[in-house]
Design a protein around this ligand. Structure first.
Ligand code: APR
Length: 171
């Protein structure tokens, strides 16, 4: 059974089991939410990421959370919009593989940023639909696993898109 929450704010301060990082294939940090998570987690995160051997687009890898409130960080790499004909499939994979990994670790609350909608240029309108559909489909296939999925939005536009997509009344 899955509970979906939509919040507006900085993912690095969320007190949940796991936060998801929108990383790049090197896993060695960057700007955007990647930069913010590395900044907040501290050096230990980069040192552990160095041992992971990178991450392919659509895949997910787990590390500890270090100085973050979250116990874990799941790093996933979204598609760079328009680069392939598989954008939607690869974006779905980010959510599905992150949730599979979270379930394997017994994680019961996981926060996602709007993967690929920043530097990677994925239109938020499309990305939000794909994200919500991916999480709902995963929930159908894993109905017995209780988990809270938090969509953490960094701007009001994305927040409104998630609330509309999840049928939550506009404030
Ligand atoms: N908390 C929550 N969301 C955030 C935060 C934050 N602190 N900072 C940024 N975001 C949001 C952005 O506003 C956007 O909606 O995360 C979403 C994803 O944007 P990016 O961080 O730019 O990630 P992405 O588009 O997936 O591009 C990944 O950017 O930072 C580099 O190393 C990263 O190369 C990779 C690329």
């Amino acid at each position: 059974m899955i509970e979906i929450r939509i919040v507006l704010g900085d993912i690095t301060v969320l007190d949940c089991d796991c936060i998801v990082n929108a990383a790049n294939p090197t896993l060695l940090g960057g700007g955007g939410v990647d930069g913010a998570i590395h900044q907040a987690a501290g050096r230990g995160l980069l040192e552990e990421c160095r041992t992971l051997g990178g991450c392919r687009t659509g895949e997910a890898k787990l590390t500890k959370g270090y100085a973050l409130k979250a116990k874990y960080v799941i790093h996933t790499v979204g598609p760079i919009y328009g680069r392939t004909t598989r954008d939607e499939e690869l974006l779905r994979d980010c959510y599905v593989h992150s949730l599979d990994l979270a379930k394997s670790k017994g994680i019961r609350s996981i926060a996602f940023p709007a993967i690929s909608t920043g530097v990677y240029g994925y239109p938020a309108e499309k990305a939000v639909k794909t994200a919500v559909a991916a999480v709902r489909d995963w929930s159908e296939r894993n109905g017995e696993y209780a988990v809270t999925v938090i969509f953490c939005c960094f701007d009001r536009k994305t927040y409104r898109l998630y609330r509309a997509e999840c049928g939550v009344g506009q404030e």
